[in-house]
Design a protein around this ligand. Structure first.
Ligand code: NAP
Length: 259
């Protein structure tokens, strides 16, 4: 008998690790990882198939699930990839496919943090003038999308160090220095970067995970304020797990490799 057919919506380390873990515990499972196709050289799992590009909306995703006879859909996308998560919830409901969200937890607050929660990128931008005057230097690590929120004339006097994997497009803040890099990052490296660029304020999304957490420790040790954009919620009713072992357990894959 052939094993379950699984589609993982990926683009994250968790998605890659789940594909590889499924291959190890359930060798007869058929696993496909789906990537959006945003970056030129994406990291891919060692195991299973990979498909690249959008599906064309929730209806088309539902059709894909039916055509490929998918038993389980795992939404392992980035916590801030809210559109695809909403599409996954709708497509799973429409096609009668089991859905599970794999979301790494957000970064826990430390009492020594100078953390300022923001509801959105626009809210984060609106908070900056109160945290630093004209001439302040802001380290922006919110990704290349949505930088327009920081491009308004109110922030023209601030200097932005923007770190992204792929080059960001306009509109960008008037004074922007782009740093192209991809984690994981070390505490030594992040501290050196904050000192070298004389950063006054860090802006980040609450992405969670160890790969990009060092900037928070570095900011804490340097006493810098951190504007933290809060996560969008997982669509209602979708079961959520924090890591790969919990996903395997919920899917019924024991250490023996049987369902
Ligand atoms: P998004 O805004 O939620 O999704 C926009 C559209 O991109 C979706 O409607 C879908 O197109 C397509 N898409 C997204 N993820 C896909 C996937 N895994 N496979 C196939 N199509 C996908 O997504 P986003 O925030 O741009 O993120 C894109 C990808 O980058 C995600 O896979 C995410 O895991 C990864 N990523 C995102 C962030 C972030 O901060 N947002 C950070 C790191 C990695 P259709 O409607 O045509 O199906």
């Amino acid at each position: 008998m052939s094993g379950p057919r699984v589609l993982i919506l990926g683009g994250t380390g968790e998605g890659r690790r789940l594909a590889d873990a499924l291959a190890a515990v359930a060798p007869d499972a058929h696993v496909t990882t789906s990537l959006a196709g945003r970056v030129a050289n994406p990291a891919t799992p060692a195991a299973g198939d990979v498909r690249v590009g959008g599906f064309g909306g929730p209806g088309a995703l539902a059709a894909w699930l039916r055509t490929h006879r998918i038993d389980v859909l795992v939404d392992a996308t980035h916590p801030f990839a809210a559109t695809i998560s909403a599409h996954a919830a709708q497509a799973a409901a429409d096609s009668g496919t089991r859905l599970l969200a794999l979301r790494r937890p957000g970064w826990p607050a430390d009492p020594r943090d100078r953390r300022h929660p923001a509801r959105s990128l626009a809210h984060a931008a609106a908070m900056l003038p109160a945290l630093g005057g004209s001439g302040s230097r802001v380290f922006l690590t919110t990704g290349r999308q949505g930088l327009a929120a920081f491009a308004g004339p109110e922030l023209d006097g601030m200097h932005f160090l923007v770190r992204t994997v792929e080059p960001p497009g306009p509109p960008l803040p008037r004074s922007t220095h782009v740093l192209l890099d991809r984690g994981p990052y070390t505490l030594e490296g992040e501290t050196a970067l904050l000192v070298e660029h004389r950063v006054d304020i860090l802006v980040t999304k609450d992405s969670g995970g160890p790969a990009t957490a060092a900037k928070l420790t570095a900011a804490r040790e340097l006493g810098l304020p951190v504007v933290m954009v809060e996560r969008p919620p997982v669509p209602e009713g979708v079961p959520e797990v924090p890591d790969v072992p919990a996903a395997l357990a919920l899917l019924g894959f024991g250490a023996s490799g049987r369902m």
